[in-house]
Design a protein around this ligand. Structure first.
Ligand SMILES: Cc1cc2nc3c(=O)[nH]c(=O)nc-3n(C[C@H](O)[C@H](O)[C@H](O)COP(=O)(O)O)c2cc1C
Length: 223
């Protein structure tokens, strides 16, 4: 176990090996700085897996994911799944014990090990991008999404059809969603600055509500 102090933020980060998640230990002194007045609050960082339905380098959806990661950095350890475009095409013949590609096993395992999954996607020709749909197809024969807290954002020019479709898919694979953990952002280009900041006030408020609701769902599911 290693301990790393950070005097500026009154926090100690403890790495407890790969069996236990990273802990953020916040401490404070009440009154005189005496050891018996030391209060320690232990909080586990949530493990969030983020998936962008767009594999574009300058993707607005990836920018939104990064903005959310920055917003929630004190509470969440967010990892972006970067291999979406590398997953093989779904084929039921390969979806059998002993035949499942290693990359697919890793993808499933990342979902399984996360406290929650954030999906942020554009709409392509009135539907989900093929690479995102393909990735989800690889999970259908498993229970990795069952009761998994999920937040979904469709950020697109319009996005209405893709959003409807994504919600139906999430319901079908029994993921846990709430009314505030889903958000359609139409006209996304006009709502972000060039460097990926969310400049539209209403969108920012809704994203903050989504983050709070998603946190609450993960708290209910994982304690
Ligand atoms: C092949 C293609 C098809 C598209 N079809 C739609 C569509 O049906 N509805 C829509 O709202 N936007 C559509 N768009 C526009 C995307 O929503 C827009 O480019 C979005 O910003 C892409 O997300 P990204 O910036 O995260 O890559 C399409 C874009 C492409 C490249």
């Amino acid at each position: 176990m290693g301990l790393k102090g950070d005097s500026s933020s009154n926090s100690i980060v403890a790495k407890l090996g790969n069996k236990v998640k990273e802990l953020t230990i916040k401490y404070s002194f009440i009154g005189d700085a005496k050891p018996w007045n030391l209060f320690i609050f232990v909080r586990m960082k949530r493990k969030v897996l983020a998936i962008s339905g767009s594999t574009r380098k300058e993707s607005a959806n990836l920018q939104i994911i990064k903005a959310i990661a920055a917003m929630a950095r004190d509470n969440w350890d967010m990892k972006v799944f970067s291999d979406l475009a590398l997953l093989p095409h779904f084929n039921p013949d390969m979806d059998k014990e002993g035949s499942v590609p290693e990359m697919v096993e890793e993808f499933r395992s990342k979902i399984h090990q996360s406290d929650g999954v954030l999906i942020c996607t554009p709409e392509y020709v009135f539907s989900l991008p093929g690479s995102l749909k393909n990735a989800i197809e690889w999970t259908v024969s498993t229970t990795v999404f069952s009761d998994k807290p999920v937040a979904v954002i469709t950020a697109s020019s319009s996005g209405i059809k893709a959003h409807e479709s994504l919600l139906l898919i999430m319901e079908t694979i029994v993921a846990k969603l709430s009314s505030k953990s889903q958000l359609l952002i139409s006209g996304v280009r006009a709502k972000l600055s060039k460097d990926g900041q969310i400049t539209d006030e209403e969108t920012l408020i809704k994203i903050k509500e989504l983050v709070a609701d998603f946190e609450e769902m993960m708290h209910s599911a994982n304690g």
